[in-house]
Design a protein around this ligand. Sequence first.
Ligand code: GAL
Length: 771
Amino acid sequence: MDGGEAPGLSVKGWETVDVPHDWAIKGPFDKDIDKQVVQVVQDMDEAPRERTGRTGALPHIGVGWYRKTFEVPAFQPGKKALLAFDGAMSDARVYINGEEVGHWPYGYSYFYFDISDYLKQGEENLLAVRLENLPSSSRWYPGAGIYRKVQVIVKDEVSFNKWATFITTPFISDEVAQVNIQTEISGAATHMVTEIIDPSGKVVAAETTTDRFGSKMEQNIAVPQPQLWGTEHPHLYQARVLLYEGDELKDEEFIRFGIRSVEYERGKGLVLNGEVTKFKGVCLHHDLGPLGAAVNVAALRRQLTILKDMGVNAVRSAHNMPAREQVELCDEMGILYLAESFDEWAKPKVKNGYNRLFEEWAEKDVVNLVRALRNHPSVVMWSSGNEVPDQWGNEGVKRAKWLQDIFHREDPTRPVTVGMDQVAAVMENGFGAITDIPGLNYRVHLYDEAYDRFPQGFILGSETASTVSSRGIYKFPVEIYSHKTYNDFHSSSYDLEYCRWSNLPDDDFVWQDDYDWVIGEFVWTGFDYLGEPTPYNEAWPSRSSYFGISDLAGLPKDRFYLYRSRWNTKDETLHILPHWNWEGREGETTPVFVYTSYNSAELFVNGKSQGIQTKTKDKTKQHRYRLMWMDVQYEPGTLKVVALDDDGQPVAEKEVHTAGAPYGLELVADRSVITADGQDLSYITVSVVDKEGRFCATATPQLDFKVTGAGDFKVVCNGDPTSLELFHLPTMKAFSGQLVVTVQSQKKAGDITLQVKGKGLKTAKMTIKSE
Ligand code: GAL
C-alpha cells in the first residue's frame, strides 16, 4: 500500500496477498479511525455527538494499490478482453501497463472494462488498481481493497454482450413453462442455439433462432413438466446458450435459472408459485465478521445454513449490492433475495457518502446491479434505497420514480421497494404511494395508517426490530428498556432492549399475525457486523453491533431461538434462558424465559415446580410469544423445562445446569470434512466446560490455538463487541464461555488438527479432514 499517484510498472518489493482481500481487517482497532462527530437524524440524535467505532475502528481509510502481472494466452487477433470486478472498495482506478482504462467509484458495484486496446498479446501485462476510502463515507465497516472476485474474460468479437442475456418464465402450468430468452450480441452472428438442461442434467428442450433485430435476438422455449424453484425445493435449470457465425461456434454461456412465478397481490403480498409466502427475512451487512469484507463462499454458506436452521426464507442485502456468491447460494438453498442498492441518494447521511456520486453514477450502478443479478430465481424484489433523506421533499419523490423506472426498464418482472423510515413524510408527499412495495423500517405504530393511505394494499417490514443484546449476558431487574446502557457496554440477552427508533421482536410478530396485509419482515440483523455499536456509539471500545440474532462469531444469541420457535415450523425449538451460574444471586429473583415451538411448559428448579406457563394473547405481547417465569428465585442446580402438548401431556424437556470450575474445552466443528482447495473453511466452536462436561457460561479464559497438518489457522472470534483482540492472531479470550476458531484448508488433502490450550485447562484437540 502507498499513497503515491503513479501506477508504476513493477511488482518488486510488494507484499503478496490473495484476492479477495481486505487490507483493514487485521487492524489494529483504533478509536480515532474514522471518528465521526455527527448528528444522526435517523437515530433521533438531538445534537452532534462523537461516534467511535461507527465504521469498525479498523484502518480502512486511505489509499491502497494492488498490482499483478499476468498473461492472457487466449487473447488473439479477433478477440476482445474484459476485466470484470465484482466490487472494489472503493473509488477504483484501473490501469493496464501504466494506462488508465477506467474508473468506478461505488465500492459495492459490479463493473467491467473492455481492456482489449491496452493489453499486449503474448506478453506479460501489468494490472494496477488504485483504491481510496475517504473518512466519513460509511455508516458501518465497509472493508477495504479488492474484496471480491476479479476476472479477465476473453471473448470473440462475435459474442453475447456482457450480462445481456435475460431469462424469464412468463407462463407456467403443470404441463409446460415458457422460457423466454432475450439477448444482445456484437458482431456478425448468424444464429443462436439454446439447450435447456433440467435439474438432473438432462437436455429437455432446445431451439435455434436466426431472426435478429439489430443487435437483439429472442427465443421462447417450451419446457415440459417444469420443476419449480421454491423455498422448499429450489430446482435449478440451466440454459446453454450458443452463438454461431455460420458453422463456427463463437460464444457459449451457461446461465442458471429457475422456473417460478412471482406475484404480489393486495392483502396478501408475495405469491410464489401460487402460494402466499410471508417474508421471514433478515438484513445482512456484507462483512463476514473476523474475515472482514473479503468474500469467502464457505463463510457465506455457513451464515445461510445457520439462518435456514432458524427458519429464515429471505435475505435483504443491506444496504448495497451483495456478493454475487451469496445470491448464487440463495438460489441453491431456496432463500428469497431482496437486493438493495443504496443507503443514500442525493442527500447525505455521511459527508462523503454516495450523495457525491448519485447524479452521475446512480443509473450506471443500478443497471449493473440488475443486469448481473436478474437471472437469479432467488431475487424476488429490488430495493432502490434505505432510509434515504430524500424521503423529504418533492425532489426525492422524483428521484424515487426515476430510479424505480430504471429498475423496471432493466427488469420488468420484479417490483422495487425502498426502506422508508420517514413515514409521515412519505404518506404526505406521494413517495410511499408510487413505490411498488411500500417498505417500512420500524414504525409499527404507523403500519395501520400507512396501509390506509397507500394504494398498494400491503405493507412490508423492510427493516424490523433492532433489538440489542450481547450473547450470554443478562441484566437485572428484567424490564423493557429503550436505549439502555450499562457500565460493561453490553446489552441484556433477555431480549427486552431496543433503541429509540426501534422495537422488540414481539411487536413485529403481532402485526404479522393479526393482519394478512403485513407481508413479512426483514429483521435487523441476522448476524452482528463490524461498526455501528448502538447503543454504545460513543463508548470505546465498543466496535461492532449488538443487533445480531447471532453474534459476530456466528454463535446464536437467545433471540435466535425466539425467531426459530416461530419460523422453523419443522423442527422443535425448546430453549431456556438465562444460564444458571449466578454465584452471589442465591435467593434473588432471576426470571426464566423459554423460547419454544410448544404453547405451554412447566418449569422446575431442582425438581420444584415453578408452575405452568402458556402463551396467551391476554397479557403483554411478550406473553404471546415467550413463556416467562418472572419470580424464580435463584438457587444453584438444575433448571428443567418440560414442554406440554395441548392436552397437558409432557412432550419434550430440556435442562440447564450450574457448572463447576472450568476444567476443559469442548470442540465442535460445523463441518468435519472440507475441500482441499485452499479456500474452504471449518468453523470450530470452543466451549469451556467443567469436569462433568457442563458448560461454563461465564468463563473467559485466554485461549491459544495451533493448527497443524493440511490446513491453517485463519481467524478467531468470540462475539464480544468490545473486544480489541485481533482476529488473525492465534490467541483470544473466551466470551460467555465460548469462541469460534476458523481453520482453512490448504491445496493438499490430509488431516487438519486444531489444538486449544488455556491456563489451568485440559488441552483439547480436534482433527478434521480435508480432501
Ligand atoms: C436503521 C438503518 C440501519 C441501521 C439500523 C440500526 O435505521 O436502516 O442501517 O442503522 O437502523 O437500528
